[in-house]
Design a protein around this ligand. Structure first.
Ligand code: GDP
Length: 297
């Protein structure tokens, strides 16, 4: 991740306050204006920006920053706390079922990184939880998707359940879950179909899978590099599926940060993981506080 533009602009916005014993109303107004522009330029959702700036302004006034000993530092602290809050405040762990298997449904548009992320997550569960996951290949529309999941499975030594492309996804899921029960797998990851855009057929298929599998976790995988499109995608999937969490992929290539800063606030669903590379090990738990500190540099 390198939101250099945002980091630089936020630092610049607050630099003008440094060394001031007292901050005037107009100093504060100018700083807030620059923070607002920095966020908009980073492609942060407009409503999120407005709320963010309003909160900072109110706190900056309320906290007696204007009279404070070191106003610049106080404002940096407030901005850091508000950035953290905007991204969800605290880490939200993966939902886990009381009885095995914990069922995780992966959803997302084609190319977002769903299949790769299923593999990364399976590997993480294996390593951190000593888990024995099973992955189900339920994307029958793109023949290459099944091959890809199988390749990923081989690479991380996790079994993949598949029935080719001629069986309906729901039937594949049913058979896959039955196999997981038989084999006592403790996690099942269902790789669902992705499309180029959200359409009714895709959503109905996902709703049917959700109704049958009753997943403990519905993780929406979105590409951070697509900025506000990722946010809109998340809203669409959340409206239809009531997702339980978001995985933000390709953060390693995201130079702006708009999706990372908007998705939680817009959807009210937590970002649980971030993908930061193509390797199977490049999946990290999302920590809002650490991300805020990184953004402020
Ligand atoms: P799907 O269509 O949603 O299943 O997407 P894929 O899993 O096939 O991923 C699409 C492309 O994005 C592949 O080339 C992946 O290697 C790449 N990719 C996925 N996650 C990341 C990530 O976090 N960082 C980078 N740089 N590439 C990623």
């Amino acid at each position: 991740m390198a939101f250099e533009g945002l980091t630089e602009r936020l630092q610049k916005a607050m630099r003008s306050l440094r060394g001031k014993g007292k901050v005037s109303e107009s100093d504060l107004r100018e700083t807030m204006r620059e923070i607002r522009l920095a966020l908009l330029e980073a492609d942060v959702n407009f409503t999120v920006v407005r709320k963010f700036v309003k909160n900072i302004r109110e706190r900056a006034k309320g906290a007696d920053v204007l009279e404070g000993l070191n106003p610049a530092q106080q404002i940096v602290k407030i901005v850091n706390e508000e950035l953290t809050k905007t991204m969800g405040e605290t880490d939200v762990p993966l939902n886990k079922s009381d009885k095995i298997p914990t069922i995780i449904m992966m959803a997302g548009l084609q190319g977002a990184g769903k299949t790769t992320t299923a593999g990364k997550l399976a590997l993480k569960l294996k390593k951190d939880d000593n888990a024995r996951p099973l992955m189900i290949a339920a994307d029958i529309y793109r023949p290459a998707a099944i091959d890809q999941l199988e390749q990923v499975g081989k690479q991380i030594d996790v079994p993949v359940f598949q029935m080719g492309t001629d069986v309906e996804p729901l039937e594949i899921v049913k058979a896959g879950l039955a196999q997981a029960k038989e084999n006592h797998n403790d996690y099942v990851l269902i790789d669902t179909a992705g499309r180029l855009q959200i359409d009714e057929k895709l959503m109905n298929e996902l709703k049917d899978i959700k109704a049958y599998a009753k997943p403990d976790e519905i993780l929406l995988v979105v590409d951070a590099m697509t900025g506000q499109n990722a946010v809109e995608t998340a809203e669409g999937f959340n409206d239809a599926l009531d997702i339980t969490g978001v995985v933000l992929t390709k953060l390693d290539g995201d130079t702006r940060g708009g999706a990372a800063l908007s998705i939680r606030d817009v959807t009210n669903k937590p970002i649980k993981f971030v993908g930061q590379g193509e390797k199977m090990t490049a999946l990290d738990v999302f920590h809002p506080d650490r991300m805020a500190s990184r953004i402020l540099g």
